[in-house]
Write a protein that binds this ligand. Structure first.
Ligand code: THG
Length: 272
């Protein structure tokens, strides 16, 4: 599994406050903790008004990259911001995100065409959040046509079929899983990613829904996730599912994650 650490996101209230207060220690601490927990990329999202977004991202990126070598997953709703922030990264990471909306592809694909950057592509377009598998797969076909034009290999793309809310849409997981299977059948080297937590809005004990989503989506072929890597329960079921899906010979990664304290019972209990 390719783990994208979600914590450096200004839309999380505590992180929004830390960004507003220019709390350098908090940013550095979360960069380090997520890296130590095994994050392969660190999502960095300022979630501030467009007029100060690039300068805020620059401040965050300098702190994160001064603390750890983990590549960045650059997260902004604005393609113009992504274009300006990409040169601030020390090494290739992942652009989060493009979609079929507006001019996103036209701005981002030429920029990353001849680089090692990856790119998350959401399966939505100007029609908004798609409800059906068919609508998402139409967007997918369009994105792949454009990717081919720019010679962007499937292995650099992370398709996000979009997670909707289960309490208002009973096919939230089943439609996601069907898209995942169809995308993987067409392009075995492509990655599938998502942030799982949208699925559980409005429901009690959200973590049960989030973790069940994760396992079922992995069963359908999802091989990346935007999660909190310091969440030991979530990481535990990810390592367990990975082994059960034949992606972890002799369970070595599962055992290693337990040994390193990344998964398992709460740390206090282990010390007893
Ligand atoms: N797809 C793509 N990008 C995305 C999302 C997606 N970026 C933003 C978002 N969705 C994913 N990021 C977050 C970040 C934080 C939280 C949820 C989604 C969040 N975190 C809790 C907190 O920090 O309090 C902790 C959760 C936990 O402990 O497990 O709510 O879907 N392409």
């Amino acid at each position: 599994m390719i783990i994208i650490g979600e914590k450096l996101n200004g839309s999380i209230p505590s992180m929004g406050k830390a960004i507003a207060a220019r709390d350098e220690a908090r940013i550095k601490d979360l960069a380090r903790k997520q890296t130590e927990a095994g994050a392969n990329f660190l999502d960095v999202c300022a979630s501030v008004t467009p007029d100060v977004e690039v300068e805020t991202l620059k401040w965050m990126l300098d702190l994160v990259q001064g603390e750890v070598d983990t590549p960045i997953c650059l997260d902004s709703p604005s393609p113009e911001t992504l274009v300006k922030a990409l040169p601030l990264c020390n090494k290739p990471g992942i652009i989060n995100s493009i979609s079929g909306e507006g001019n996103k592809i036209d701005l981002i694909f030429p920029l990353i065409a001849d680089t090692k950057w990856g790119c998350i592509a959401l399966l939505c377009d100007d029609r908004g959040i798609p409800q059906s598998v068919e609508q998402r797969m139409e967007t997918f076909a369009m994105i792949m046509k454009r990717a081919e034009e720019f010679h962007i290999e499937p292995s650099r793309l992370y398709i996000d079929p979009l997670v909707v809310t289960l309490s208002s849409n009973e096919s939230a997981l089943t439609a996601f899983a069907e898209c995942t299977r169809q995308v993987k059948a067409q392009y075995p080297d492509i990655h599938i990613t998502s942030g799982a937590s949208n699925v559980s809005f409005g429901l009690p004990v959200r973590k049960l829904i989030n973790m069940s989503f994760m396992i079922l989506a992995m069963g359908a072929g999802m091989d990346s996730a935007i999660v909190d890597p310091t969440n030991r329960d979530m990481l535990g079921i990810i390592y367990a599912a990975n082994a059960l899906l034949e992606n972890d010979e002799y369970c070595l990664e599962y055992i290693g994650a337990y040994r390193d304290g990344v998964i398992g019972p709460p740390l206090e209990e282990r010390k007893k």
